[in-house]
Write a new protein. Sequence first.
Length: 230
Amino acid sequence: MRILPRLLALAGAGALALGVTTAASAGTHPIPRTIGCAVNPFCFDIYNTPVGPNDVLKTVGTPAAGDKVILAARSGSDASQDSLFIPVEQVTSVLNGDPINQPFADPNLDLLLIQFGDTQVFSQQDAPNGHLRQLYFGLNGKNQLSLQTAGAYGSQAYQNRLWIVSPFFQFDGSSPVINVGQTNLTGTIKVLGVKDGALVGARPHIETGQLDSLGQAPEFQTWDTEPNYP
């Protein structure tokens, strides 16, 4: 079962338009669902693989720019756990003759993503009860996951609010999630992770992606999603 962006095709037709694949059946989500996300096909719960599906990403604060995003006990009535995946653009590569090189400064990374077919760049936005607040899951100065404004298009700040699912296949169906901005800045793939052994309350951050001899990422660097609607 593939997870984050892969469903970007038929939004209104019921196939989650986001380049995201479902990690589990929608029936396992706690009831009740929050008001707006009960009918919104872009709403998902996001959880770290080893911590497990009972602890999902949620915002902490008003919400406002700079507020924390942490893993917290999942609740079907907690609107601070509602977020939307929004498709932004596709990966292209100057090596294929495209006029721009988005999203990575190293066109070989572009080609890698294109080769595996994972070319959807997306933002994840805070959306209590399905209502957008124009606040994005991005990075603070310590590379910790925080709410951020969009930033200027083309800037490092803007790209630190953009994400793409890694093409590396995982046996358990989870997915590493690449941060566009930090990968662009460093030239190495930077992914969302938590500390090994993290528990509820952990704050996700960005770190260098890892793969073992089987091409598998460690679980603390992999994520799953579950739809937050029937």
